[in-house]
Design a protein around this ligand. Structure first.
Ligand code: KG4
Ligand code: ZN
Length: 362
């Protein structure tokens, strides 16, 4: 049997995923082969933009307001009824506690009332396996038994070793996350939230050689990341240009940027991406790997995508780079993590017991 797009009919179990850890209200439906039948993400960008960043209390309220239409759209696109759902998966953390509580509580209530099985999913587990989600109608791919995962987002810059389903941290940021620094640099220039993609676009037209920044290393030789030094250097360099009368255009627009500023952003971006490549090299020399999975919102960064592709090709490392559709927060990755748990025979979570947490280690 095939659906109207010519895709094979879904196979059970049908999994409903819920993601509300930050400012995206997301609902997705996956089938038992990991095919994404629907993935709906309602962004709250317009609501948070006047504040230049996410306001936690507003995010929680917006999740409540958005949920029913987002859920209805996901079910409609997937061509199923709520009663068809076999498994419910919701993010339990890490993230903004109020925002997490909305999605997790919805998931618990749905699972309980539908008598569906329930998984309270670690947000980063969702990102880690997201590169293996297929294009529309394609089943999810199976990762190798052991691989290294890089998660780069607004909250995380982390490297993990994933082996036989268990995740071990190899490196973590000691201060700011990479996306956070893109956002802060862009905010200083008056760009609209989220600033990361705009800074990336502006950097494309700059010449990094005109404004080089060094790649930060941890003084104790660790493979951990550190972005606060680069952030301070970049903010100071913006200030120095301003003293010379070089300014970003007023009103948060990204056209008409002076050449010196796009050069500066290009130099900043090269150093930010350079740190990722530096840490990958260091990890590889102590913990050889031949498979790398890259995910998270910053995995949309154009330079990162180009450089990491080249880095892997030069070293015969197989690369799974998350598709742009699933790089930012989404619920397909949460449903996918739950499906992997089901397949591995992991215990279900009790919908009456599961608790949200803003910080959780693996
Ligand atoms: O994974 P995500 O949607 O949410 C978190 O879990 O943090 O990542 C959002 C982050 C934001 O900091 C955003 O500015 C950044 O990803 N981002 C980018 C790009 N696209 C999104 N940063 C740099 N370049 C991009 N193209
Ligand atoms: Zn995320």
């Amino acid at each position: 049997m095939r659906d109207e797009q010519g895709h094979p009919a879904p196979t059970g179990p049908l999994i409903l995923g819920i993601e509300t850890s930050c400012d995206d209200t997301a609902c997705a439906v996956l089938d038992g082969r990991g095919r994404v039948l629907a993935s709906v993400v309602s962004s709250q960008l317009d609501v948070h933009r006047p504040f230049g960043g996410v306001v936690p209390e507003i995010a929680s309220r917006e999740h409540l307001r958005n949920w029913l239409p987002v859920e209805a759209e996901a079910l409609e696109r997937a061509g199923i009824e709520l009663s068809d759902v076999d498994t419910v998966a919701a993010t339990r953390g890490p993230g903004l506690i109020g925002a997490l509580l909305v999605g997790l509580s919805l998931g618990k209530a749905l699972a309980y009332s539908l008598r569906a099985s329930f998984h309270a999913v670690h947000h980063l587990e969702g990102h880690i396996y997201s590169p293996y989600l297929g294009a529309a109608g394609e089943p999810a791919r199976e990762p190798p038994a052991s691989f290294v995962a890089l998660v780069v987002s607004g909250g995380h810059t982390s490297l993990y070793r994933v082996a036989a389903g268990s995740v071990t941290a190899l490196a973590e940021t000691r201060d700011d996350a990479m996306g956070e620094v893109f956002d802060k640099v862009g905010k200083r220039l008056g760009l609209p939230y989220p600033q990361g993609p705009v800074v990336d676009r502006l950097a494309e037209s700059g010449d990094p050689a005109m404004h080089p920044f060094s790649v930060a290393a941890c003084s104790d030789g660790s493979t951990d990341f550190s972005y606060s030094g680069l952030k301070s250097q970049t903010l100071l360099a913006i200030e120095a240009l301003e003293r010379q009368g070089v300014r970003a255009p007023a009103g948060g627009v990204d056209d008409g940027f002076p050449r010196q500023l796009t050069d500066l952003l290009a130099g900043f971006r090269v150093a930010a991406v350079g740190q990722i490549l530096d840490r990958l090299e260091r990890v590889r020399s102590s913990e050889p790997f031949d498979h790398l999975a890259v995910s998270g919102g910053v995995a949309a960064n154009r330079l990162l995508r180009r450089e990491i592709t080249r880095w892997c090709a030069d070293r015969d490392v197989e690369l799974e780079l998350v598709s742009l559709e699933y790089s930012g927060d989404n619920a397909a990755m949460i449903a996918h993590a739950a499906l992997r748990r089901e397949r591995a025979g992991a215990a279900h979570d009790d919908p009456l017991e599961a608790e949200a947490a803003s910080r959780i280690a693996f």
